[in-house]
Design a protein around this ligand. Structure first.
Ligand SMILES: C[S@@+](CC[C@H](N)C(=O)[O-])C[C@H]1O[C@@H](n2cnc3c(N)ncnc32)[C@H](O)[C@@H]1O
Length: 291
């Protein structure tokens, strides 16, 4: 058996209190608005069944806190499912500019003239489906029409998808880094699967803290699809690794976070040259000179 699913349905105003209660029973919790109603479904996932008495007590406390009657709840066993395989099977090829990202189970031919990359959904972020990744691929496609880059860095490489795209486009040594060791393993596997391992160096690094990452700079292109917080925190050290005529692609920020990120990089002498907005996410291309 793969584990247990705990479920309850509560009024919207009580959803937060119940999500917190379910969190005390299950390590993973998800809350969903039920369309066309004022109700929310709170789901919890656990490897062992939460004890009934403990679950009932947690529900009673949350109900008292939210001022509602105790809702019913269920706790059902989950079938044995290979979630990774299921997720991989649902992942279909996608286009972003010149890039055609295909899962390994895809047995069709990549469209003529595209740069095909094989990336499976797995333990590291980055299949191209997410707006932030897709926007970075579009940004790389746009830059590739205008310029050659000789020394790129992919910071927060996840699956390595952007480093692979840069290697396939420019056939130059690419540095890639991620804070998460598992992502480094996955990115190395993907580099090999795509026959691009000869071009990629992949390091485990918090920002540009790793000596090898700093030593390989200054970079004429840096793509950093991280999140607004780390991007702001890294603005000084990341800009210091950028060559004078270098270009920096910043992604992973929501529209409302753009000003904070832009201001941080403007203080480093980098101005906005181009923006890609997709599904509420903004990707910024900044540089000291026109790109
Ligand atoms: C949104 S994913 C992007 C993955 C991939 N580059 C893409 O575009 O799909 C962000 C990645 O940044 C990594 N990351 C987060 N903070 C970091 C930091 N301070 N230094 C290096 N990597 C970081 C995460 O581990 C994660 O793999």
């Amino acid at each position: 058996m793969a584990g247990w699913k705990f479920e309850t349905v509560v009024p919207a105003a009580a959803a937060e209190a119940f999500a917190a209660a379910v969190e005390s029973l299950c390590p993973a919790v998800a809350s969903f608005e039920i369309p066309g109603s004022t109700l929310w479904r709170i789901e919890g996932y656990a490897s062992d069944m939460p004890p009934h008495a403990e679950a009932a007590a947690a529900m009673a406390v949350a109900a008292a806190r939210a001022g509602i009657a105790e809702p019913e709840f269920t706790c059902i066993p989950l079938p044995d499912t290979d979630w990774v395989a299921d997720n991989q099977a649902s992942f279909q090829p996608l286009h972003a500019g010149r890039y055609f990202i295909q899962p390994s189970h895809f047995d069709g031919a990549a469209p003529h003239g595209t740069t095909a990359l094989t990336v499976d959904a797995g333990a590291a972020f980055g299949t191209g489906e997410h707006a932030t990744t897709k926007s970075c691929l579009l940004a790389l496609d746009g830059l590739a029409k205008r310029r050659q880059f000789r020394r790129p860095l992919d910071l927060g490489c996840g699956s390595g998808i952007l480093a692979l795209a840069m290697a396939a486009t420019w056939r130059r040594p690419i540095m890639a880094a991620d804070i998460d060791p598992q992502s480094v393993v996955v990115a190395r596997e993907n580099a090999e699967i795509n026959g691009l391992d000869g071009w990629l160096r992949i390091r485990c690094s918090n920002g540009v803290a790793d000596r090898e990452v700093r030593k390989a700079g200054p970079y004429d292109l840096i793509v950093a699809n991280i999140l607004a917080g780390p991007l702001v925190a890294l603005s000084h050290r990341l800009s210091a690794c950028l060559a004078p005529r270098g270009v920096l692609i910043l992604s992973g920020l929501l529209a409302q976070q753009e000003n904070a990120v832009r201001n941080a990089y403007r203080r480093q002498g980098l101005s906005l040259r181009h923006r890609i907005a997709l599904d509420g996410w903004h990707t910024l291309i900044v540089a000291r000179h026109p790109v």
